[in-house]
Design a protein around this ligand. Structure first.
Ligand SMILES: Cc1cc2nc3c(=O)[nH]c(=O)nc-3n(C[C@H](O)[C@H](O)[C@H](O)COP(=O)(O)OP(=O)(O)OC[C@H]3O[C@@H](n4cnc5c(N)ncnc54)[C@H](O)[C@@H]3O)c2cc1C
Length: 510
């Protein structure tokens, strides 16, 4: 594929070749907007410009092209695909998808909506959630039509399938309190390829199809700042190619799909300090927040900027879930069988980033793993408490209370699922460090531009900024903290990316 994954860096001459070109305009790079009057002439023109080649950008480009627009997609790095290519490729879908039906899984739009609207953050974006649920089955059909391979296999095991199963419980549906809010259903749809290769497979299919549709894909081109007309309409963008600045004129709209900002330390410190110390920034190198800042530079509102996916992947193996997780006061604070994002959120956002998993002889990791290191070991719970320097007697009381009720099949505090509930007994006891700094504790951001369900970017007065669209982690979308299920991010990117591209091709509604 001429412009597919692995396309080489582009120089200025090759960008201009085949694209309408006039004289270049030299201006300094930055995120603040440039007035149209400062642009002497345009180097390139296009109907729709997309910045970013991840799931959101590619889906936007495809939809804009299908609507008949001339589409130029630029990617700052040498390779296409962004974090989306690195991902597991899980898409959260439900309400009776073709795959759910073929596997006799019962689900409904209403139950999916209840889960997404109640089990996570307070005041989530209900308009987006509603539409996402209503059109989820049709969106999955669209993914299948792109040639993404899904196998008719379901697994009940917790965690991303490493085999070729394509449907699983990807979130916290079965843990309390979520299971009391909505009827649980498996909604994690993952390409049926072994290993952590789903994202690569998904993006290969989308990039191939975008190329075939006639989207002009250009790597090594960085969007720097937007250009505005005197009435506020977006006229184009300044980009950098090979160290040179070019002015791109956009006739219908520009879609910012540059991803989040987990690689930008200063933005993390400023907006999402709870993610600052998480040990692994989960995202591609250009998750620098440039697209978000470009939007802010023309007056866009940014929402959910403190929120993100903080991940404590303690399972598999599921056997460790019979242990308990405690904080620096020696107390439990969450159901241990919660999804990784719910546990991670509880630690990063609500326990100052510190926690330990306490196991007995049956719940201990029984193979070498270095995600979570053992930091205390003893024949009694008291020994563990001393080594962890917990308040006197606290951990012993926690374990005694937990054991008393677990013996009767009850967990009055957090209602851990019966599959994992039993008293903690039998040395050696061990404590595993779950702190955000020392453990394998990946994170990425959820904050971004405020958009309508069609990807139109809004300012802080709720007004549409004409000609500006955005999607994916460049926006504040369906993923909020706590993150309640894998697949909500790529699902949001593909679904709302398509809508943003379609709206940009249609042009501004007045
Ligand atoms: C290891 C891993 C596993 C994951 N697994 C899953 C999963 O299974 N399911 C799920 O829902 N989520 C998953 N996620 C999260 C998910 O991958 C991302 O949130 C999502 O892919 C973001 O997509 P996007 O299109 O918004 O951004 P990206 O895919 O990151 O694409 C943005 C692109 O824009 C480019 N760019 C940045 N700045 C500029 C600029 N100024 N000009 C031009 N281009 C620019 C970037 O280089 C990048 O290529 C995972 C993440 C990781 C790291």
């Amino acid at each position: 594929m001429a412009n597919g994954i692995g396309d080489s860096l582009l120089n200025r001459r090759s960008l201009l070749a085949g694209l309408a070109a006039t004289a270049a305009t030299a201006v300094a790079a930055g995120s603040a907007a440039l007035p149209r009057s400062a642009v002497k002439s345009w180097d390139i023109s296009t109907d729709v410009l997309i910045a970013g080649s991840g799931a959101a950008g590619i889906c936007a480009a495809m939809e804009a092209r299908k609507k008949g627009a001339q589409v130029l997609l630029i990617e700052s790095l040498a390779r296409f695909g962004g974090s989306s290519s690195m991902s597991g490729g899980v898409v959260y879908a439900g309400g009776g998808t073709a795959l759910q039906k073929s596997l006799n899984v019962s689900d409904s739009v209403e139950q999916m909506y209840l889960f997404l609207s109640q089990a996570g953050a307070i005041h989530p974006p209900l308009d987006k959630i509603q539409l996402y649920c209503e059109e989820s089955a049709a969106h999955f059909d669209w993914l299948v039509a792109q040639g993404i391979p899904y196998s008719e296999k379901l697994t009940q095991a917790k965690g991303l399938p490493m085999g070729d199963e394509s449907l699983y419980f990807s979130g916290t549906e079965l843990a309390w309190p979520a299971r009391d809010m909505a009827t649980p259903a498996p909604r994690g749809h993952v390409p049926g390829v072994p290993g952590m290769n789903g994202g690569r497979r998904l993006m290969e299919a989308l990039l191939t199809n975008a190329d075939a549709l006639g989207v002009r894909l250009r790597a090594g081109v960085r969007a720097d700042r937007l250009i505005t007309e005197s009435d506020g309409r977006i006229a184009g963008a300044m980009v950098t190619v090979d160290g040179e600045q070019l002015a791109i004129r956009v006739r219908r709209g520009i879609v910012l799909a540059c991803g989040g900002f987990i690689q930008n330390r200063e933005m993390l410190r400023q907006y999402a300090p709870q993610l600052f110390d998480c040990s692994v920034p989960w995202g591609n190198a250009d998750d620098q927040g440039v697209g978000i800042n470009m939007g802010i530079g023309v007056g866009a509102a940014a929402l959910q900027m403190n929120q993100g996916f903080a991940i404590a992947p303690i399972y598999p193996p599921e056997s460790v879930l019979s242990g308990i997780v405690v904080n620096a006061s020696g107390q439990r604070f969450v159901s241990e069988d919660s999804y990784h994002g719910v546990l991670g959120d509880a630690i990063a956002y609500h326990q100052q980033g510190r926690a330990w998993l306490i196991t007995d002889q049956h719940s201990s990791y029984d193979f070498h793993q270095d995600n979570f290191l053992p930091v205390a070991e003893g024949n009694g719970i008291g020994e563990i408490a001393v080594q962890l320097e917990l308040p006197r007697g606290a951990l012993q009381n926690t374990v005694a209370y937990y054991n008393l009720h677990a013996a009767n099949g009850e967990d009055p505090l957090f209602r851990k699922s019966l599959s994992y509930l039993r008293p903690l007994q039998g040395p050696p006891y061990k404590a595993w460090d779950l702190s955000v700094k020392n453990a394998f504790f990946p994170a990425h951001t959820f904050g971004g531009l405020h958009t309508t369900i069609d990807g139109e970017v809004l300012n802080s007065f709720g007004e549409i900024i004409p000609g500006l669209y955005s999607a994916g982690r460049n926006t504040a979308g369906i993923p909020t903290a706590p993150y309640i299920a894998s697949g909500l991010s790529v699902g949001d990117c593909t679904f709302f990316g398509r809508r943003a591209g379609g709206a940009a091709a249609a042009g501004h509604r007045s």
